[in-house]
Write a protein that binds this ligand. Sequence first.
Ligand code: FES
Length: 570
Amino acid sequence: MSTYRSQEWFGKRDKMGFIYRSWMKNQGFPEDMFDGRPVIGICNTWSELTPCNAHLRDLAESVKRGVYEAGGFPLEFPIMSLGETLLKPTAMLFRNLASMDAEESIRGNPIDGVVLLTGCDKTTPSTMMGAASVDLPTIVVPGGPMLNGKYKGQDIGSGTSVWKLTDDLKTGLITYQDYTYAESCMSRSPGHCMTMGTASTMACMVESLGMTLPGAAAIPAVDSRKKVLAQLSGRRIVEMVKEDLKISKILTRAAFENAIRVNAAVGGSSNFIIHLTAIAGRIGVELNLQDFDTLGSNMPLLVNLMPSGAYLMEDFYYAGGLPVVIKEIASQLHMDAVTVNGKTHAENVDGAVCYNSSVIYPYDDPLIKEAGIVVLKGNLAENGAVIKPSAASTSLMQHRGRAVVFENIEDYHARVDDPDLDIDETCVMVLKNVGPVGYPGMPEVGNMVLPKKLLDKGITDLVRISDGRMSGTAYGTVVLHVSPESAIGGNLALVQNGDLIELDVHAKRLHLNVSGEELDRRRAAWKQTDLAYQRGYVNLYIQHVQQADKGADFDFLVGKSGSRVTRDSH
Ligand code: FES
């Protein structure tokens, strides 16, 4: 008899064994499925309410085929799925909840290894966080991006083009009919956002961490090779169980350093920072906000994808995908890091070839020389804030301007288009109370749409500062993740209309030009807004969520408990 943990259920010869096997047999599984072979959980984030993941039931069948071929026993299970577009007030509020669902579903069931089927933004980090806290052999199958959007002869990108089309509608450049026509042109196949938004960033993150088979991230959802990848992943997870290749053997400090550098080279989302930090916290690898700057901020941008560039994920795949990027920046990576196929990155990308250097630039002649996410510090962000220079305006990288303050998102919506709003192109827009505790859930509202009267003047960018996040598909000179956030009394809470703010991306500085004595006076007068969540999950959230620089995980979820369960259920 094997010693796999699933045998603690199916291998018993008593009443408990009868119960564990008999009820499973109601699904028509033959006796030999319980004979000690590896049991593979397929953790599926499928949901019709998560359109980016709606094809994952289908993809799970390919995984199962691979598991059976390798002599394993696949069992698919659902967990809470987080769809970025529909879920209110923001999917990020529930990332930690979904991670708990994944963790307990994996640990509590007779599973020896797990395949994570992911897609939309939060479905990757939440399942990774949960899996890391259990520490079984784990492999990720990213669901893949949608095909490129096609609108009136042009390629349009998920999210990125929404901001542009919305500005065009606001200024009368397009009609409402054009606008709704663009909706169906943009999302024309299964899959997640096909820009280098957060979902694509997360797919690249797991591939660069070594958590997928090589080349997995860029394959479009509808490409037949995505099914091949799923089937091969099914075969491979069975081998991983036999080799006892646990997730903790893949997720080393070297793997995290690789992910940070690759993220800079692909122009990945600023959300990457929060999610990678949370995953590191679960597996027990030291990673702090400064690491993202030290390791990533001087990396070149190679991948020419929206929102930082011009192309989309389908083009990235045809150009050779992530293996080409890893090969290009090999001198900056730990190429000896082991990946889920048991091989190193060096072995995996040995044969990678770039087929389109307009999409993937060479390392020695990059699209942008220094492009990684920069960590800003100063009296306005004592624990840090972040900016993605590749998505920002060069002319605003050093800027000093007068603050125009919105106390919360409702205040912003109510006043942004007021013709009397005292704002011009030199001002700095400041949005408070959109952090982890303040919103709560840290929504993607940091890239505030500019006031109509500035858009009408042809102004396309302004420095914007908040304690919230920004969609990975968005762009602009947007300072995000200000920590500590305003709702818990960070200095952001003390900014007033007319204060001068200095942003210097090169010096990594964010400074509120107000004296210490004046800040002390304002702090003494500051009152915390009543957070008014007396019960339920949101109450738990605001009590336990950590700040952005710590990954916004719950304090009690940091670390791992392993896979051991000592008591039976009956
Ligand atoms: Fe799901 Fe963008 S909305 S990936």
